[in-house]
Design a protein around this ligand. Structure first.
Ligand SMILES: [Zn+2]
Ligand SMILES: [Zn+2]
Length: 402
């Protein structure tokens, strides 16, 4: 069956998985709509996890859940152990208040749909497929936690697709960390005995202003943004406690480390200036930049184009129209892709209420099914093509970690 020169799988087998997805349209869209109708936040995606695990189990697959110590994670592997292993990653967490405005119901349906389609011909596959449910992308970094727990052991490459207002080979992506700060001062009557107080809010406001001043002297492609979550207890009490949360973003890991030190100095300055004590906690999981694997990205794009989708060139995106994803972390350890597929018109961006409507509507349905087909076909290309495996690994090993 294999052709040593070709970088694609035989057309007939690709057609087989696409036909299977069309024949199971109701089942797959049932998953998408079920998740969409019941938005669940990071680490609390019990309903979504159960829906997906049940669908995989009903197809006869042996599914492990919880996985990696996460209650709402799952993993199932099938196919020939003699070949490489392609991981298909499913996200399904929603956003506070605005539901599935990031369309993760479509990500789940695309990856699980591709997995089910490939499982329908598992005996013929020249390698393995691992379908993984990776919770908490919006907050918490489920994929990083699962990597640390060994859930990715034996994986050769990792694929997923994210919805957007356009089709693109790789999501523009930057590194992100966050810090929670709390200042502890001393309460006192704000009028009768201010001299006895230590003002925690002053500490935080000084730090906030330091961060604001720092912002003028960082790279144009870096970002710092934050909020005050606790500004004191009453106006006639010198604030005893004040807290805030700040995000710090930079295109690459080394830059993030440099910026992290400069931001921390701002918070230390607030404590120094006021005598309040500073407590801080940097996030346990930083989100890293996306090292999109070019050969896999090209394979995905060609497959999605074969379904009639038009891709926009990456250069057409404004450089700072970038978000952050824990798929970035995966891409540093394994050859990975995180393309985007149109599930809404160009002018509707993710994390927007209108996007949530599209994610549950007809454009979302089509994106979920095309996403499943494109992922399944790309998995087949990889498993059937030694040449694509070689190019993928070669590019991964030679791409620079910055
Ligand atoms: Zn999001
Ligand atoms: Zn998302």
């Amino acid at each position: 069956m294999k052709n040593p020169q070709s970088t694609t799988a035989p057309d007939a087998i690709k057609k087989q998985v696409c036909d299977w997805i069309d024949s199971q349209r109701d089942l797959l869209l049932g998953l998408s709509h079920g998740i969409h109708a019941n938005p669940e936040l990071a680490f609390k995606e019990t309903g979504a996890c159960k829906l997906l695990v049940d669908a995989l189990s009903d197809a006869g697959l042996d599914v492990t859940t919880p996985a990696g110590g996460l209650d709402t994670a799952f993993s199932t592997t099938f196919g020939a152990k003699s070949g490489p292993c392609v991981a298909l990653l499913a996200e399904y967490d929603a956003l506070p208040d605005i539901g599935h405005a990031c369309g993760h119901n479509l990500i789940a349906t695309a990856s699980v749909g591709a997995g089910l389609a490939l499982a329908s011909l598992a005996d013929e596959l020249p390698g393995q497929v691992r379908v993984m449910g990776t919770p908490a992308e919006e907050a918490g970094g489920g994929k990083e936690i699962m990597m640390r727990a060994g859930c990715f052991e034996g994986v050769s490459c990792a694929l997923m697709v994210h919805p957007a207002g356009f089709n693109i080979g790789a999501m523009p992506c930057i590194c992100k960390t966050d810090i929670i700060v709390t200042y502890r001062g001393r309460a006192s009557h704000a009028s009768a005995a201010p001299e006895r107080g230590i003002n925690a809010l002053d500490a935080l406001v000084n730090a906030y202003q330091s961060v604001a001043a720092l912002r003028q002297h960082i790279r144009g492609d870096e970002r710092i943004h934050g909020i005050i979550t606790d500004g004191g207890q009453a106006a006639n009490i010198v604030p005893e406690v004040a807290s805030g949360v700040f995000f710090v973003r930079s295109p690459y890991r080394k830059g993030l480390e440099r910026l992290r030190k400069r931001v921390q100095a701002c918070f230390e300055a607030g404590a120094q200036a006021t005598g309040a004590e500073l407590e801080f906690a940097w996030s346990e999981v930083d989100y890293l930049d996306l090292r999109s694997n070019q050969p896999l990205e090209e394979a995905f794009q060609a497959n999605a184009e074969s379904l009639g989708r038009d891709f926009i060139p990456p250069e057409s995106m404004a450089p700072m129209m970038a978000g952050s994803t824990d798929m970035g972390n995966v891409s540093h350890e394994f050859p990975s892709i995180h393309p985007m597929i149109a599930a809404a018109p160009m002018n509707v961006s993710i994390h927007n209420r209108a996007f949530a409507d599209y994610a549950g509507g007809e454009m979302g349905d089509l994106a979920a099914l095309d996403g499943a087909k494109s992922l399944a076909m790309t998995t087949l290309d990889y498993l059937y093509s030694d040449a694509l495996q070689g190019r993928t690994q070669n590019v991964f090993e030679h791409s620079e970690s910055r």
